[in-house]
Design a protein around this ligand. Structure first.
Ligand code: TXA
Ligand code: MG
Length: 373
């Protein structure tokens, strides 16, 4: 694979904060980024969820470079990013269904990805051979400006090395992908902190394939009774450690015998340090009483830390943010997972938070991070 001298361009915070799309569109760094994308090269850039690694979604050899740079399994399809609804018409075989209209009206631009049938302009490489394509209109002024300058639909997975926690800051991308791509655009922290919610809207119900930045409750409110609950994304309800026998052939996770969204089957987000989930308070109490060594850390919510403060004096604790504000935990979770490997730790125990609102996406990522091969 070619080695690059990766450029890192920091974009003016003021343009982003003021959502000055026109200003961003005339920024010379973003114009250079758009030129690279149009030439079939890769560029990493921030979105409101996590940093993405972009390529021209209609160019198979450009898309191939994404798989190589990330070392991504070839059968895991990409999300195509657009800046306006005309671009959706260019990609999707049919117009939006009633439910599709409602969802995109409510959540676009934003952290919602819809699965629709694809037109042939989207090559098989982008969708890993599927007839469907995942589409998202991101809500970050920089991402929107960049897509608009290129005039292209941009395929972009999270800009991490495959299997690592998603990047929420430019330096996470530098860590994973420098020398592998020509350019990283630094636009500060990604605010939401977990990826988009992926929903399949084909047919007359909605299936959540991956919980994310838009919550199940928010989706339900918009679509009324259509949410197809029993077929939602795979959840590891009873065990924080996925046992080998729960994996089907080819390690494909199955729910009721059915494979779910391709990306959900891989080990994901995992720090090298073994991670265990504290599912209940009794377990936490036992853990504290056992007097863990300094090479064991507990990741606790602010509330739990405050409650057990007097017993935690000799124990290494990492705070994850307030339980009552899961959006704050979401915005920090990937950086926290990345930080674990920088410390010399043998074991990390992390507190489970309620799987409500964005807490569902947070727990989905934590459960995946705790899986060991
Ligand atoms: O927030 C996000 O969605 C970020 C930013 C960069 O936009 N992107 C992202 O992409 O998380 P990625 O590649 O890391 O995750 C895409 C997920 C995978 O689980 C993949 O299997 C699923 O979407 N997916 C993509 N196309 C699909 C399709 N046609 N059918 C079912 N699932 C699909
Ligand atoms: Mg990813």
């Amino acid at each position: 694979m070619r080695e690059y001298k990766t450029k890192i361009y920091k974009i003016d915070d003021k343009l982003i904060k003021e959502e000055n799309i026109e200003g961003l569109k005339s920024d010379s760094f973003l114009i250079e980024a758009a030129e690279l994308l149009k030439k079939g090269e890769l560029v990493a850039f921030p979105t409101e969820t996590v940093y993405g690694l972009g390529a021209d979604a209609t160019n198979p050899s450009a898309v191939e470079k994404i798989y190589l740079a990330k070392e991504r399994p070839q059968d895991n399809p990409l999300i195509v990013h657009i800046a306006n609804l005309e671009q959706l018409d260019e990609i999707a075989k049919e117009g939006l269904s009633n439910i599709g209209e409602k969802l995109t009206k409510a959540f676009w631009p934003g952290p919602l990805t819809i699965i629709v049938s694809k037109k042939s302009i989207i090559p098989d490489k982008t969708t890993a051979g599927l007839e469907s394509v995942a589409v998202r209109m991101p809500n970050h002024p920089l991402t929107r400006a960049l897509i608009e300058i290129t005039g292209l639909a941009i395929a972009a997975p999270s800009a991490n090395k495959s299997g690592a926690p998603s990047p929420t800051k430019a330096f996470h991308v530098i860590n994973d992908l420098s020398a592998k791509i020509p350019l990283i655009i630094d636009g500060g922290s990604a605010e939401v902190g977990v990826e988009s919610t992926v929903v399949d809207i084909r047919g007359d119900n909605v299936k959540i394939l991956r919980p994310g930045g838009v919550s199940r409750e928010e989706i339900k409110e918009v679509i009324g009774g259509y949410l197809y609950e029993s077929d939602s994304s795979y959840q590891f309800k009873n065990s924080s450690q996925l046992r080998k026998e729960e994996l089907g052939t080819n390690n494909i996770l199955r729910e009721a015998g059915r494979p779910v969204s391709p990306g959900m089957k891989y080990r994901h987000y995992s720090p090298e340090t073994p991670l265990y989930i504290i599912e209940n308070e009794d377990f936490l109490k036992e853990l504290i009483q056992s007097g863990p060594d300094q090479d064991t850390a507990l990741v606790l919510s602010d509330e739990t830390y405050a409650k057990y403060f007097s017993l935690l004096e000799d124990i290494k604790v990492i705070k994850m943010g307030p339980r009552r504000k899961p959006a704050i935990i979401a915005s920090n979770i990937f950086e926290l997972l990345r930080s674990l490997d920088k410390q010399v730790l043998k074991n990390v125990y992390i507190e489970a938070i309620p799987e409500k609102g964005i807490g569902e996406a947070v727990m989905n990522r934590i459960r995946k991070a705790s899986i060991r091969e």
